[in-house]
Every structure is written in structure tokens, then in C-alpha cells.
Design a protein around this ligand. Sequence first.
Ligand code: CS2
Length: 497
Amino acid sequence: MAVNGDAPLLGLGTLDRVPAASRPLVRPGDVGAGIVHLGLGAFHRAHQAVYTEQAIARAGGDWGIIGVAPRSLDVVRRLADQDGLFSVTTLSAAGAQAQVVGAFAGVRHAASDPAAIVALLADPAIRVVTLTVTEKAYQLDPVTGRLRPDDDVTADLSTDRAPVTVPGLLLRGLLARAAADAGPLALVSCDNLPSNGRRLHGLVSEALAYAKVPDEAADWVHANVTFPATMVDRIVPAATAQTLATARQVLGVTDLAAIAGEPYSQWVIEDDFPGGRPAWDRAGAVLTDDAGPWERLKLRGLNGVHSAIAYLGALAGRETIAEALRIPGLADVLRRIVAEDVATSFAPPAGVSVVDYGESVLERFANPAIRHRTIQVAMDGSQKLPQRVLHTMADRRAAGQPPYWSALVVAAWMRFVQGRADDGAELPLDDPLAGPIRAALAGSAGTPASVVDALLGLTEVFPPELAADPVVRESIVGWLTALHKHGAVDALAKAAP
Ligand code: CS2
């Protein structure tokens, strides 16, 4: 099929047009499926899919991935039209390099065919399920705290009462697997949450309890399913028209599922896979028995700093993270956040310097080829702030220390959710708690102190000890006052050490 002029669509039939160095290491169809992945966003494709393809190429094994999009039909169609193939372009000052990835053994759309996903989860060939479903998916309905009514596990699958949430889908799949006694399984969260394995285990346990499943089935799940934690890292912004144009230029074919990311990539995985796993270690992943210190390092030292740049940058009208990082004084303030608050808040992995890690992170964020939008990183702040910033603050307070610099990130978020940049431009509030946040703001008097008090009252976001701590409150009020009075650019210039 010719799309976009004379560049045909990427697919098994057009691979011979792709430069040899960019062709996949594995051809879809040659390798059986062993993994189901939930969440077909850019991050999975540029991260776990790449590691898995390399692991298969180097060490073999039927570890092809069946990629499942919970909601987006668009990505499923694009990948299906390309025989599951897509490219990852690595962007750096040195230029663009594209690699077609052949790790997908199939793609499915959960919302329109949940029964197929449930059947896959009960298939003995599938021994690993990975997830990139974002922070907000790790809960039952955020408003009611329950599975959504249409997730009723007793509903007949042939009706349209199909599972629509991640917990609903997992619950049904695990029950089917237990009934079929289809062998042990590892459920692997690849989302940016602390103790993400434990979190996923908790979610599955809650769903089992909520649905009142028979003891026998629940016991099977507890005995046969593991939840290894992981730390995942690679900057992969949402694809744009530019991403597709670059891929076309490098590959000579049109790739409508192209994505682009930075050269850096890291994956630390707890090695607890009762049904086996790909040789991810042969692809550069680190297998460990405790990912905790790595998770804290990354969430606090990278994601927390990312959020700081996103909120301050958005307030200052900067479109991308790299542009925002050039605001005078910002990099120095971020260094203070890392050195004074983050580095003193937890014990890093052996041999790792948090300050050096912070420097490497700033270099990565400065990559001008990665046009990561501040607004994209700013979204879902209520779900991100706790593990990225508030845990640092709480650990500082527990040690009797002030969390002065990290309070700036909270203040920037508080100003961001009020919906206006410093030049008056509207800022989107894309957040599952947008309703409660707006209600809290509407109940405040609008002064910095009253806004801080109103938002600190959101118990879903701020733990009560932190919200009630006068040292914490005072720092946030101080920063928010400065942001209101001077705007982000001047507040940073004044604050910079
Ligand atoms: C970012 C992350 O969007 C965000 O909130 O902080 O997606 C970040 O790019 C990745 O975690 C990097 O590994």
C-alpha cells in the first residue's frame, strides 16, 4: 500500500526496502508468544519490547509479545496493518537512528474483545504478563474505591458487560487461568510507582476480595502468581508528525506506529518468574532480588525533577522540558533539590552517588532532539506527586530536616492546577482528581496560604502527617507566594543559589 507519496507502509512484505542495519532482530511469526503486555503506549514499545526482542535474538525462547491496548483502538489498527512491526528512533545530538522491532507476536484491543484477553491470560504458553498502564490504573474506581459495575466478574462474557478496567481484566484472566490450572505466571508492573510489584499484588488481592471469588481460586492465584517489582527508565515522548516523518526518512517506508526516544535506557527487574522469562539480562537489564533502592533513586532523582521542570516550565510558558531547563537558575535549583533533599532522604543502591545520578539526569533532560512537552509530563500530577516528591519530603521530616527545596515542586503544582500560566495562557488540568482539585480551589479564598491549605486537604494526595506539618506548610506557602508575586522565571532567578 502506498501511503505518503512513494513510501510504502512498513510490514513483512516491505522489510527488504528498509536499510539492513534497521531491520528487526526477530521476524514476527517466527517466535511463539510467551508474554502478554497491557498498555501499548510509546514507552512499552521503546523499552520492554526492545529488551525482549534482543533477549530472544541472543538467547532464544518463545517470548514473543501479544500487545494489548486496553482502550486505544488506533494503535492496535496501526500495528496490525504493519504485521506488528514498528520502529524506534533514537534521537541525540549525533542524529537519528531507527530500528524496526519485531517483538510483537500479535496485537489485541481489550475494550472491544475482552474475552480474547481473558483467554490469553489463561493460556499456558503465556508465562509473563507485563503492564504499562500509568499510575492511575493501580486502583479500583478512584471515586467509589470499587471495581466498576461493568467489571462484575459474574457477568457472562458473551454479553457486553465486559471488564473495562485493568483490575477487572486481570481478575477475570486470573480466574480463568486458575480454572484451567494453566501454570504459574509473573505479573510485572513497569509503571513508575514505588514497590510497583507489591502495589500490583495489592490491587489483585483487593479485586479478588471485592469480587468475593471462591477461596479455591483465590488460593490458586496466591500460590501461582508472582509480582516482581521493576524500575524502568527511558524518555519516550508521545509520537508526533515529526516522529513519523523522521522514521520515514531513515527507513524509506512509512511507519504509522513509529516512536522516538533518547539513547539511554535502564531496566532493573526482581528475578521472580515461576514460569521462566526471556534472557533480559542478555539485553542489558539488571536482575536483582530487590529493586526498591533503584525505584526510589529513579522516582525521586529523575521523575521528581522531571515534574519540577514540567510545572515550572509550563508556568513560564516553555513548551518542552529541554527549553524549560534553560530558564536561568532552574538547573541550580534542581541541583539543590537533589543534593539537599533527595540524596538525604533514602539509601541509594550500593555504589551509586545520587548527586552524580542527578547530574546525568539533567544532561538527559537537556537533549534538544527530544521534544518532550512540559504539559505531557505535568499531567496526572495528583497520581505522581506522592512517590516523586512527597515521599522525599516525608523522609526528610522523619529525620527532623526541612524539605525546603522540594516544597517548590509542590507549590509549582499548586499554581499549575489553578489553570493559568504566568502570561495568563490557559493550562490544562488533565488529572483523574481534577474534580476534587477544582472543588478544593473553589472553596479557597484565592490567596497563596488559602490555596495551600485547601489543596493540602486532598487526602488522596497528601498524607495527613505531611499536610499537618507547619514546616512543610510554611515552605510551600513561601514558594507559592513567590510564584504568584513574581512568576516562575523571576522567582527562580531570585531563588537560585
Ligand atoms: C515522565 C516519565 O511523563 C512523565 O511523568 O516523568 O514518563 C519519564 O519520562 C520516564 O519515567 C523516564 O523513564
